[in-house]
Ligand binder design. Structure first.
Ligand code: VG1
Ligand code: CO
Length: 540
C-alpha cells in the first residue's frame, strides 16, 4: 500500500448533488484522490464492507473508477461491485446498494452538465440506504478535504471493466456486473408489464430520447421487453461527450424529441432522461407535462399501478416545485411535505415511512422503491397509468386540471452570471423580506416573504438559506435561488407559479399567464438590471 502526501484544494464542498467541477479541475493531480480519501475517512463503515461503483459514462469515468478501486483496496473495502464498462445509472446504483446491503456507493456523474474533456465531471457518495449522503455527512467530507494530508492507494494493474466477472486487488474482491439486470428486475416487480405491452401491440406510438447518456442500455432492455421497436429509442448509445450536447431533458436540449412530439403526426407518448438517468420528462402529442404536474398526476393515479395498489402514505416536493401535488395529497388525506432542493432531503421521510412519492420541478420524481430520483421509473409509471386508464397522456393531464385546477408553472434560469452580480440580486431580495408583506403590485398583494429554512421532521437537522420565497394572497408565488450544480459563474433560478381553479382558464398560454409574476419578481429583485440580462438563458 502506498501513502501519498497531498495538500488540500479549496472548494471541494459538495453542492446540491455531489462535487461537480470542470474536467480540467478534476484531472489535476490528487484532486479526485483527496475527495475520495475524505469519503473513506468520514464513512468508516466502508471498511470491511461492500461498495458499489459506477457512473454515467462521461469522459474520465473510466480513469476515475480505476483510481477509486485502488483507493478502496487500500482503505480496507472488502468487496466492490462495478457496472460493466463503468456504466451504472444513478437510480441503478441506489437499487444495487439496497439489494446487496452495501455500505454505500460512489457515482461518477455531473448529471445534466455537459461532458467531454472541456465539459464537467462529478462524484457523489450515496449511503447505505441507497440515497445521497445527507448534509451531516457531506459537511464532514468537506471539512476533511480542508485538512487532508495524505491518501492511500494500492499499486495494481488496470482492471478490465469491459467483461463481467470476478477478480481480486490486494485482498479486495471486485465483481464487474451487468449494469441493467438488477434495475430491470426491480421495475418488473412494480409495474404491469403485460398491460403496458398491450399499449404497444394496439399501436400506441412512442419515442424515448436517451440523449446519448446512461439510460440508453436500460431503455433498450426494458422498453424492448415491452415490445417497443428499437427505432423508437433515439440517441441510445452512451457517449463520453453526450454527442456534444447537454444531457438535460428540456425543450432546448431535447430538441429532437420536442420536434417529434409537436409535429402533426407525432408519437402518442414521448419521454427523455438526463445524463445519469435520474430525471425524466413525459410528453403527450403536442403537450409537455410540467414535472410539477407530473408528480401530482402520478400521486393521484398511483393506486392503479400494482406496486402502489395499497395507496400512498404521503408526498414530498422541493420548495420551488409547484403545489399541484399538495392538492392531491389534501384530497387523499395524506401528508404533504416541502423540502429544500436536492434529493438528499427526501431520504429521511422515505426511510421513516412518512411518504411514498416525491419529486422536484427539475424533472425528478421517484418513490420509496429506491432513494434516488428515477427517470425510467417515472416513464413506466406514466405508461402504466395510461394503460390502466385507457386514455392518452394529453387527456389524463387535461382531466387532472379539470378536477384540481391548474398550477401554471415555469422556471427561468439566468446562467453563467458573474457570481458577485448573482449574489447582489439574492441580497437585494433578502434585504426586503421583512417589509414586503402587504405591498401591492398590480393585481397582486404580497402575503409572505421568507428565506426557506428546513427542519427535518425525522432527525431535526436544520438547513438554512435554502432559497427565497415570495407568496401572494392570490395563491401565486415566486422563488429565487442560486444553483448548486453549475461550474461556471453562478446560475440564478427564478421559479414562477400561478394557480387557476378548475372552473377557470385551463388552456391559456403558459408564459403569458406567468408574465405578470415574472415582472413583479424582476421589479422587486432588480434581477435583469443587476445581471445585465434582458431575458433568461433557459426557460423550462
Ligand atoms: C438542480 C435541480 C435540483 C436537482 C439537482 C440535481 O440543482 O434544480 O432540483 O436535485 O439539480 O439533479 P441546482 O442546485 O442546480 O438548482 V441532477 O439530475 O443534476 O443530479
Ligand atoms: Co441527473
Amino acid at each position: 500500500m502506498n501513502i501519498t502526501k497531498t495538500t488540500p484544494f479549496q472548494g471541494q464542498k459538495p453542492g446540491t448533488s455531489g462535487l461537480r467541477k470542470t474536467v480540467e479541475t478534476f484531472t489535476q493531480p490528487n484532486y479526485l484522490e483527496n475527495f475520495v480519501q475524505a469519503i473513506f475517512d468520514c464513512v468508516p463503515e466502508l471498511r470491511g464492507s461492500l461498495l458499489i461503483v459506477g457512473g454515467d459514462g462521461r469522459y474520465y469515468n473510466d480513469v476515475a473508477i480505476q483510481i477509486i478501486l485502488r483507493m478502496a483496496a487500500a482503505n480496507g473495502v472488502a468487496r466492490v461491485l462495478v457496472g460493466q464498462g463503468g456504466i451504472l445509472s444513478t437510480p441503478a446504483v441506489s437499487a444495487i446498494i439496497r439489494k446487496n446491503d452495501a455500505a454505500g456507493g460512489i457515482i461518477l456523474s455531473a448529471s445534466h452538465n455537459p461532458g467531454g474533456p472541456k465539459g464537467d465531471f462529478g462524484i457523489k457518495f450515496n449511503s447505505a440506504n441507497g440515497g445521497p449522503a445527507p448534509e451531516s455527512v457531506t459537511n464532514a467530507i468537506y471539512a476533511r478535504t480542508q485538512i487532508i494530508e495524505s491518501y492511500k492507494a494500492v499499486s495494481s494493474d488496470t482492471v478490465d471493466l469491459s467483461k463481467r466477472g470476478e477478480s481480486r486487488m490486494s485482498g479486495m474482491k471486485i465483481e464487474i456486473i451487468d449494469s441493467v439486470a438488477d434495475y430491470q428486475e426491480l421495475m418488473e416487480s412494480l409495474f404491469d408489464f403485460t398491460a403496458i405491452s398491450k399499449l404497444f401491440i394496439s399501436g400506441m406510438t412512442f419515442c424515448f430520447d436517451a440523449m446519448h447518456a446512461v439510460t440508453g442500455p436500460y431503455a433498450k432492455a426494458i422498453f424492448g421487453k415491452l415490445g417497443v421497436p428499437d427505432a423508437s429509442i433515439i440517441n441510445a448509445v452512451p457517449l463520453p461527450d453526450f454527442g456534444g450536447g447537454h444531457p438535460d431533458p428540456n425543450p432546448i436540449y431535447a430538441k429532437e424529441l420536442f420536434e417529434r412530439m409537436f409535429s402533426k403526426d407525432g408519437p402518442d407518448f414521448g419521454a427523455a432522461s438526463d445524463g445519469d438517468g435520474d430525471r425524466n420528462i413525459v410528453l403527450g402529442r403536442g403537450l409537455y407535462v410540467s414535472p410539477s404536474d407530473s408528480l401530482a398526476i402520478i400521486s393521484a393515479n398511483a393506486h392503479l399501478v400494482p406496486g402502489y395498489s395499497a395507496g400512498i402514505k404521503g408526498v414530498a416536493r422541493s420548495m420551488p416545485t409547484s403545489r399541484a401535488a399538495d392538492l392531491v395529497a389534501e384530497r387523499l388525506g395524506v401528508p404533504a411535505f416541502e423540502t429544500p432542493t436536492g434529493w438528499k432531503f427526501f431520504g429521511n421521510l422515505l426511510d421513516d415511512g412518512q411518504i411514498t412519492l416525491c419529486g422536484e420541478e427539475s424533472a425528478g420524481a421517484s418513490s420509496d422503491h429506491i432513494r434516488e430520483k428515477d427517470g425510467l421509473w417515472a416513464v413506466l409509471m406514466w405508461l402504466n397509468i395510461v394503460a390502466a386508464r385507457g386514455k392518452p397522456v394529453t387527456e389524463i393531464v387535461r382531466e387532472h386540471w379539470q378536477d384540481y385546477g391548474r398550477n401554471y408553472y415555469s422556471r427561468h434560469d439566468y446562467e453563467e452570471v458573474e457570481t458577485a452580480k448573482a449574489e447582489s440580486v439574492m441580497q437585494r431580495l433578502r434585504d426586503q423580506l421583512e417589509e414586503l408583506p402587504g405591498k401591492v403590485f398590480g393585481e397582486e398583494i404580497i402575503s409572505a416573504a421568507e428565506s426557506f429554512t428546513y427542519r427535518d421532521p425525522v432527525d431535526r437537522f436544520v438547513s438554512e438559506n435554502q432559497g427565497l420565497m415570495v407568496k401572494f394572497k392570490s395563491g401565486s408565488r415566486f422563488a429565487l435561488r442560486l444553483s448548486g450544480t453549475g461550474t461556471v459563474g453562478a446560475t440564478l433560478r427564478l421559479y414562477l407559479e400561478k394557480y387557476e381553479p378548475a372552473n377557470g382558464k385551463l388552456d391559456a398560454d403558459l408564459q403569458k399567464t406567468l408574465n405578470p409574476i415574472a415582472d413583479i419578481a424582476n421589479t422587486i429583485t432588480g434581477l435583469k438590471r443587476l445581471t445585465d440580462r434582458s431575458d433568461p438563458s433557459t426557460i423550462s
